[in-house]
Design a protein around this ligand. Structure first.
Ligand code: NAD
Ligand code: GLY
Length: 352
């Protein structure tokens, strides 16, 4: 069993163990006094895994209720958030009870926000089922749904009470979704190098999946514990994301988040090399890692259109933007600059 303690004011543990889903109630019983649980899941994940969660909950005396939304980003909506909360009320959930998020990042984000708001806060157990949700969205307490004109625009910081990662469920995750998660894993390797980079470069991913998840969660923990509310160090986690979000937006979300983040990291790294901030070999190594995990490295979009698309990024404060730039693996830095300089980064990074 691997464990990472997230040492915040309201701290919690991330448990990583194969098969833990069948024993989830052992951990859930310790985070709430009540014995009612609402499981929030999606139409792909619920048929595969909800029975196992319910069986475990019932074995520990819980009454379990399942709320399912259609799989996909469109379901991360205020309408579904309200439906989920209504379902909790109809199920008789009290503040002593628990919400269980069972799914990818769409579910961990929405169920987390539902838990934050329902009766002003109820315990939430995150059971992430995508690689992205295991290494990123289930940890750190960012919860949200989307508004019609912006992703994650309606949310709250609300930490879970426990996170249970069972990497065996990744066997049913489509390959393209696994690659999406790998983009975030590569991001951690660029930020901190260390064991994450070693595993990615030299070892069999499947055989080392639990250790890889643990290493990523430890890295995320460092940033979250230093800056829970995302006003400083946590911004490092946006490496590749500012360009990535612009790519997603410009493609009308045809390009997946993971692909866009990989492209964004490569654009930034190439630009950093051209600006003399890092060796060209660093950019090449990042590209090599992305290619190894079936992620794209080049962007064929028009640079001016990409720049325009980045202007609506929520990370932009007035005319300035904080970029995450790269000196080498394990040595990135935050750089607050004018939007004009960001235009230069895009122009240089788009060139091969
Ligand atoms: P997702 O939740 O849509 O899952 C991707 C697809 O995989 C879905 O179709 C889902 O049904 C399916 N799936 C998940 N687990 C499965 C399994 N084990 N077997 C079969 N199918 C499975 O998307 P995602 O990539 O997991 O997460 C993306 C979301 O996460 C975005 O909404 C993003 O904004 C959010 N996010 C949040 C944070 C945060 O810190 N809160 C960080 C990164 C991303
Ligand atoms: N996914 C970025 C963060 O949690 O801050």
């Amino acid at each position: 069993m691997r464990k990472v303690s997230i040492d915040l004011h309201k701290g919690y543990t991330v448990y990583i163990e194969k098969g833990i889903i069948d024993n989830c109630a052992e951990y859930i019983k310790d985070i709430c006094k009540g014995r009612r649980a609402v499981i929030i899941s999606d139409s792909n994940v619920a048929p595969l895994y909800s029975d196992r969660v319910i069986k475990s909950l019932e074995s520990k005396g819980f009454e379990a209720f399942l709320f399912t939304v259609k799989a996909g980003e469109e379901s991360k909506s205020p309408e579904n958030l309200i439906k989920a909360a209504d379902f909790c009320l109809q199920s008789g959930l009290t503040r002593a009870d628990v919400i269980v998020a069972l799914g990818g990042g769409v579910i961990t984000d929405m169920a987390g926000l539902c838990a934050a708001l329902y009766q002003r806060g109820v315990a939430v157990c995150q059971i992430p089922t995508s690689l992205l949700a295991m290494v990123d969205s289930s940890v750190g307490g960012k919860t949200a749904v989307n508004l019609s004109k912006g992703k994650n625009m309606f949310g709250a910081f609300y930490q879970p009470s426990v996170v249970l990662c069972d990497s065996t469920v990744l066997s049913t995750l489509p390959q393209c979704e696994f690659a999406n998660g790998m983009a975030e894993v590569i991001k951690y390797a660029v930020l901190k190098a260390g064991r994450t980079k070693e595993i990615l470069e030299n070892e069999n991913i499947e055989e080392n999946l639990d250790e890889l998840i643990e290493e990523c969660v430890k890295i995320k923990k460092e940033y979250v514990c230093e800056d829970e509310f995302d006003t400083g160090a946590r911004q490092f986690l946006n490496l590749g994301h500012t360009v990535g979000h612009a790519i997603e937006r410009l493609s009308d979300f045809e390009v997946s988040h993971g692909n866009a983040v990989a492209q964004g990291m490569c654009v930034v790294a190439r630009a950093c090399a051209k600006e003399g901030m890092c060796e060209a070999s660093v950019a090449k190594e990042i590209e090599k890692l992305c290619k190894k995990f079936s992620l794209p490295t080049v962007v064929t979009m028009d640079s001016e259109a990409l720049f325009e698309a980045s202007l609506s990024d929520k990370k932009r404060m007035a005319e300035e933007i904080t970029l995450v730039l790269v000196r080498s693996f394990g040595d990135c830095f935050l750089y607050k600059t004018k939007m004009e300089y960001f235009r230069n980064i895009i122009n240089k990074g788009l060139e091969d």
